[in-house]
Design a protein around this ligand. Structure first.
Ligand code: GDD
Ligand code: MN
Length: 381
């Protein structure tokens, strides 16, 4: 018995523990529906890193296609590969942040799971950080010899170039690919700012650049962005709306949250819905104006509710029977908001006699009120 216990630690050292020396770099791979890409991605990274000690942390948002199982079965054979399965949450940036916080190495890299990023660059990126030449290395699709052509459609390339220009302008950064999903950074540069980073959408690097101190040493390395072979891209309208929210929020010096901008955006669509409904009710029925106005308001509020539930508050999305209760509280909040709108506008109109200044003040008042109260009442945390 004693002999067995005494023998154990030594076996450990000579067996797995010796093989699993502390990694020099942790590779974070965010995934959503990438089951078929998991094995090729690990193989590519392993080949690229050679004898550099590494670990790979997949962070999956509970994909329904078996991505987690795919990583686990690889992990059974190779302890350097593991997966964090997040449940009830979606968001690329948040997934990456969680992976970084769970890493064993002092240096962390982020790379997509679809082989669009060139993993062969990893050793060079690591070298730049380990020698102290960089705190952050951005693999960029645009710098001199970098080539984004392969992996992008024309539309996507133009949109991407525009987004890059706008970001650099607003955030006063001047890196050539601030939206890159492929970069490496010293973890201690992330630790402090992690709680302040936005968890939704695709703009983690942008957010890091905006929050990092000026002393952060940044190096860019160009590479060829490859076309996706398997699976589909998850960059959609929601991701773009989210990105606009972040830019506007940064523009306001962080005083206004990205969520509020989404709420205001939805509010603006509500106005369009309201007017369109009013017009069609008035032209197709003989209902009096007041009643038509009431119907239009109800339709607009309902549409706002569902858009906000899907977009603005998607991380607190109401489902099942909670939807009905949520809708009722939202009607209540908006009705009081409308009273506030009319009241404020009238007050200002009496003092100022400018109808448009009064109108804008009323609308802003209602937006702020509806946002503040519905985020406490309808979509409370
Ligand atoms: N955990 C998690 N949660 N992972 C996600 C999510 C999510 O909600 N959405 C996307 N991913 C994963 C994908 O599975 C993939 O590994 C990686 O994040 C990038 O997603 P893609 O859907 O392949 O994005 P893309 O190729 O269209 O976008 C590329 O360009 C963007 C900027 O233009 C990527 O390089 C992005 O990283 C980059 O920000
Ligand atoms: Mn991709």
């Amino acid at each position: 018995m004693n002999a067995i216990i005494a023998a154990q630690p030594r076996d450990f050292l000579h067996g797995r523990a010796a093989a699993q020396a502390r990694p020099r770099v942790s590779i974070i791979v965010p995934t959503y529906r990438e089951a078929e890409n998991v094995a090729p991605t690990v193989a590519a990274i392993e080949r690229a890193l050679g004898d550099i000690a590494w670990e790979i942390i997949f962070v999956d948002d509970d994909s329904p296609d078996g991505t987690v199982a795919a990583v686990r079965s690889l992990g059974e054979r190779d302890g350097r590969v593991r997966v964090i399965r997040r449940v009830g949450r979606r968001g690329l940036a948040g997934a990456v942040i969680e992976g970084m916080m769970a890493s064993a190495a002092d240096i962390v890299a982020v790379i997509d799971a679809d082989l669009q990023h060139d993993e062969a660059l990893l050793p060079k990126m690591l070298g730049a950080i380990e020698t102290g030449n960089a705190d952050l290395v951005i693999a960029t699709r645009y710098a001199q010899s970098g080539d984004a052509q392969g992996g992008f459609s024309t539309l996507r390339r133009n949109a991407s170039t525009l987004a890059t220009r706008v970001s650099n302008l607003l955030l006063k950064t001047n890196v050539s690919d601030p939206m890159s999903g492929f970069f490496m950074i010293r973890r201690d540069a992330i630790d402090g700012i992690a709680p302040n980073l936005a968890t939704g959408g695709f703009k983690l690097l942008l957010d890091i650049l905006a929050s990092a101190p000026e002393s952060l040493k940044i190096v860019e390395m160009p590479y060829q962005f490859r076309p996706r072979q398997l699976g589909t891209s998850k960059l959609d309208a929601l991701v773009i709306a989210d990105f606009l929210g972040l830019l506007l929020s940064k523009l306001s010096g962080n005083t206004i949250s990205p969520r509020f901008f989404l709420f205001a955006l939805v509010g603006a669509t509500g106005l369009v819905v309201h007017l369109a409904t009013l017009r069609s009710v008035l032209t197709t029925t003989h209902i009096p104006f007041n009643a038509a106005q009431f119907i239009a308001a109800l339709v607009a509020m309902t549409s706002n509710f569902f858009l906000n539930n899907a977009l603005t508050f998607r991380d607190r999305r109401l489902t099942g029977s909670a939807v009905f209760k949520g809708l009722l509280t939202f009607y209540l909040v908006c009705s009081i908001g409308t009273l506030a709108n009319v009241g404020v506008a009238e007050l200002i109109y009496l003092r100022d006699a400018s109808w448009w200044r009064a109108g804008i003040a009323g609308a802003v008042m209602a937006a702020v009120f509806n946002y503040a109260v519905s985020s406490m009442l309808t979509w409370r945390k």
